[in-house]
Design a protein around this ligand. Sequence first.
Ligand SMILES: Nc1nc2c(c(=O)[nH]1)N[C@H]1C(S)=C(S)[C@@H](COP(=O)(O)OP(=O)(O)OC[C@H]3O[C@@H](n4cnc5c(=O)[nH]c(N)nc54)[C@H](O)[C@@H]3O)O[C@H]1N2
Ligand SMILES: Nc1nc2c(c(=O)[nH]1)N[C@H]1C(S)=C(S)[C@@H](COP(=O)(O)OP(=O)(O)OC[C@H]3O[C@@H](n4cnc5c(=O)[nH]c(N)nc54)[C@H](O)[C@@H]3O)O[C@H]1N2
Ligand code: SF4
Ligand SMILES: [Mo]
Length: 890
Amino acid sequence: MSVHVPQPSQAVRTTCPYCGVGCGVLATPDGEGGAAIAGDAEHPANFGRLCSKGSALGETLGLEDRLLHPQVDGARVSWESALGTVAGAFRRTAERHGPEAIAFYLSGQLLTEDYYVANKLAKGFIGTPHVDTNSRLCMSSAVAAHRRAFGSDTVPGCYADLDEADVIVLVGSNTAWCHPILFRRMVDARVGRGTKLVVIDPRRTETAQEADLFLGLRAGSDTALFSGLFVHLDRAGACDARFVTDHTAGFDAALDRARSIAPDIAATAAATGLSESDVAAFFDLFTGTTRVVTAFSQGVNQSAQGTDKGNAIINCHLATGRIGQPGMGPFSLTGQPNAMGGREVGGLANMLAAHMHFSPEEVDKVRRFWNAPNLITGEGMKAVALFDAIAQGRIKALWVMGTNPLVSMPRADHVKEALKGLDLLVVSEVMADSDTARARAKKTVLLPAQGWGEKDGTVTNSERRITRQRKFLKAPGEARPDWAVLSDVGRRLGHGAAFGFTSAAAVFREHAGLSGFENDGTRDFDIGGLSDISDAAYDGTLPVQWPIPKRGGPKARLFSDGRFFTFDKRARFVAVQAPALAQATTAAMPFVLNTGRVRDHWHTMTRTGKSQRLSAHRPVPFVQVHPRDADRAGLVAGGIARVSTAHGAAELEVIVTEAVAPGTLFMPMHWSDANASQARVGALVRGVPDPLSGQPELKATPAAIAPVAYRARGFLLSREPVAGPAGWWWARATITGGSGLQFATQDGSREAALLMRGLFQGLELAEYADHARGRYRCAAYDGERLVACLAFAPADGRPDWEAAKALFASPAPDAAERRALLSGRAATAGAGPVVCACHGVGLDVITATIAGGAGSVEAVGAACKAGTNCGSCIPEIRKLLPEALARSAA
Ligand SMILES: Nc1nc2c(c(=O)[nH]1)N[C@H]1C(S)=C(S)[C@@H](COP(=O)(O)OP(=O)(O)OC[C@H]3O[C@@H](n4cnc5c(=O)[nH]c(N)nc54)[C@H](O)[C@@H]3O)O[C@H]1N2
Ligand SMILES: Nc1nc2c(c(=O)[nH]1)N[C@H]1C(S)=C(S)[C@@H](COP(=O)(O)OP(=O)(O)OC[C@H]3O[C@@H](n4cnc5c(=O)[nH]c(N)nc54)[C@H](O)[C@@H]3O)O[C@H]1N2
Ligand code: SF4
Ligand SMILES: [Mo]
């Protein structure tokens, strides 16, 4: 293991731990546990750029709420004792119930080395097939679609294809927010070569606002759109007959099926809810352009028809031969930083290892390579089935690593209940307060993991590029790398020879060796050329794109020779099913609930939630509602609504917007029980699995919405986080200098005054109260130092917190500022809610800049820097332009 910790001021090349773009980062440790963060100009994914999340990584390195020591049932224990408990319980479980009563639930955020050892331990040595991962919720339909079409789980293209395409079609992808640096590359292509952007999404996202053509199709109707396109390509003579004849199979049957689904433009329009002219415009653009990339993500994958959606897209690329050549191809945008690495090691329940599955030859190969006594011979349960099996008591011991299923799994309340019945729950985490780390089973072991910057390993991004994550900080407390902990358990179970790893590099070499083992070009994933990489080379050489076989160099694009990984080397067209939502809406549940992401938060917020910059953009959990539906349901912008489904409920702030279609709702996935009273999206979502991939439908659950009439609204800013008062609606966000709680309550202002006196006993309280009108403001001081401040008002006059947040940023306000805190009026003009997270530029500053004459995105950037770093706020700035101009003209 590398024990070298760099000196302050020495920049370390590493990789961003968030999305699958896989940007290179330069981290310069400050010697005090923090680091300065910059983009790595030499990294071929980002060439020096970082998005708001990447730029703010330095704000997430603090040790607050870190899990620093092993625990058993809430009590601190030694590693020796914790791992003794785990190994002992695994052994007993296997003896009593068989190894199949043990399960692992892993994550696309683990490093390849962690993932490899987990997979080897479970599938080869413990002998349980029940190893699945959060990638089931993320990529598994793309995997299944690739395998059906190509015979292998291969992403054919590379990022340069986005620079070189003439049309980029984004299907179910809010790229501007979720893959921001790739989106910058797309926008550059648009400016540089006139690339046209098409966005296909039922929601008018920020990405859609930048599109040349936006197709706001009906949720779930993608297979009809791409079936219609297939038919149109054939009719227009745009299919590549030679490619189809020489390199594919199944064209006629797939085309027949497509004709039965969407025989012409009118039928396509009817099936998708789009206008005929929009459908025709899309079909003409696709038909008339050779260099087309169709990039897709969760609007495709997270669907009960996700695999068919993927194949409907791939069919169109195979029909035109637009694959494996520069500037063209289907492109699955991976979400997590190591979604690809997880697939490479075989972390999914329906894979064995190194892109091998369960043919007798493959099982034999892996058994011999690992010298594995208990190698499994068939697939295990996929995530949704796995948690059902836990609820039924069929799984007795579960190890969760690098994921927070109590928030992110569908039917999350059911998952929460299920875990209670386990004999043993092991959670490997970096944070002590994640919802899953706070879950309790009959016995619960918490294992502290080293996090980003504290450990070494590799990740693979969306374009198959393997990059190093490097250590640049001292590991805190007793945290250890996950691969080392897993190896330790392997040794304790008596498999010392197989788990003698002493460094991440040693694990990587074995993983590379397995990928090349008896491969001879039969499997796409081959990095055998790295199987004897030295420690020094492992530290130095990457990033590099696979394949990297022993003979022959890396390839940017696969399939350029028209040869695929099926037995006859031909790609397959797939006859897909007509579109259908897994669950129909009803009179009681009349809305389709769509879920997804916001720009500045990462998943369940355990890391981005620590950054005040990232918490400013969307500080409270919300639901987006169309104005028509808001009117009918009596919902007002900024009010609280209860969204409920057959599985659970949440209370969220209402955003009224035409971005969502009538009859649909959108809610983000980020809030957990750790940071909001009731806003876990997973509790609401049904998650009907796709029959082929097992990936659950997360974008279309029948739901109802109604206003909740709270009596009062307000906020409480404090230096240390304050627990949300019982019975109140609340959401917590990190702010400069402390923590901010926004709340709604049935309590009155007198109760609020009592609350403040209880919370800040012994401090000087400056108060303004008008209890007759239900108004109350209070600031707590410790000498000169402002410790907390609260604003409380009737619900229809919700106090805005921007001015108070600005004042709270300075520890000791002057007299005017003290008065302003109590009056609720800003001492000076505030900045307003943050729009540009990178430079911390607020809405008011941007509108003032525009009113002052800045008439374009570029001019706004030149005047106040907004939008000049990662650019992911440019769609929002653009939206302000005409409105602000109109206002200033009036
Ligand atoms: N800021 C941020 N970025 C992230 C992440 C994050 O948490 N925060 N997470 C990363 C991860 S793991 C992932 S998987 C990616 C996800 O990246 P994306 O897939 O871009 O993100 P989502 O918001 O989940 O969903 C994308 C879109 O699918 C649309 N959609 C819903 N139903 C349909 C449908 O039937 N058809 C079509 N065509 N579209 C539909 C939604 O309206 C939504 O706008 O983001 C990665 N990047
Ligand atoms: N409704 C709905 N649900 C969804 C989605 C959606 O769009 N809608 N998206 C789905 C998708 S695509 C995804 S990828 C999932 C993501 O969902 P999760 O994987 O559950 O979300 P994260 O918050 O990323 O969880 C990662 C956890 O690992 C911890 N961690 C960080 N680094 C390490 C490490 O090095 N070692 C260990 N052991 N732990 C670490 C973090 O603190 C965090 O608690 O959510 C899925 N769920
Ligand atoms: S786009 Fe942003 S979140 Fe994704 S890898 Fe790059 S910096 Fe990180
Ligand atoms: Mo994901």
